[in-house]
Design a protein around this ligand. Structure first.
Ligand code: SF4
Ligand code: SF4
Length: 180
């Protein structure tokens, strides 16, 4: 064992004789298979109501529905004139536990608003999807209702979402209505 490492488990005689372990694996797989077969058959016949058998989702063609309120990729809301609703108060980067929100503020041309974000970046591969930024926002300028939960990229820089991208993002229910 390396110093500070996890101690290695010593194999028993039966474990070293791999056939027993292979049979154990087959037994577990078979037990799951027949239990699911029974549950699905029972449900089809209406005799099983409470238990649900395991199902295979044919991802990506088929996707699990996202429950309402599920925290997904962020979006920034706009005012009626299209400008960002965000007043660059810095509450969200302050509360963010992952330190992944970066804002550069400037004086707003609108005399009724003090500041606005010239830059508003969220580094998504650092975000822990806690939703604290949404909770902290005093003007409801940031939401996590896009329904986008699959985030992958070839380059880490692609995870940095900028202000305009966040403002162009649409809520999931709006997209669903447009697709109908
Ligand atoms: S969801 Fe949490 S971790 Fe992600 S940006 Fe908001 S506050 Fe930060
Ligand atoms: S908390 Fe709201 S208003 Fe304040 S900087 Fe964040 S998004 Fe903008």
């Amino acid at each position: 064992m390396k110093e500070g490492g996890t101690p290695q488990k010593t194999l028993t005689f039966l474990e070293r004789f791999y056939l027993a372990e292979v049979l154990k694996g087959l037994w577990i797989t078979g037990a799951h298979f027949f239990r699911n077969l029974l549950v699905h058959t029972g449900r089809a016949l209406g005799v099983v109501k409470k238990r649900r058998g395991a199902v295979t989702i044919q991802y990506p063609e088929e996707r699990r529905p996202i429950p309402p309120g599920y925290r997904a990729r962020h979006r920034l809301l706009r005012r009626e004139d299209g400008s960002p609703k965000c007043v660059a108060c810095m509450m969200c980067p302050t509360i963010c536990p992952a330190r992944c929100i970066h804002i550069r503020a400037a004086e707003s041309p609108d005399p009724t608003i003090e500041k606005y974000p010239v830059e508003f970046n969220i580094v998504l591969d650092r975000c822990v999807m806690c939703g604290l930024c949404v909770e902290a926002c005093p003007v409801d300028a940031i939401r996590m209702d896009t329904g986008v939960v699959e985030m992958s990229a070839y380059d880490r820089e692609e995870f940095v979402t900028g202000r305009d991208f966040l403002m162009e993002s649409t809520p999931a229910d709006e997209r669903a209505e447009a697709e109908e």
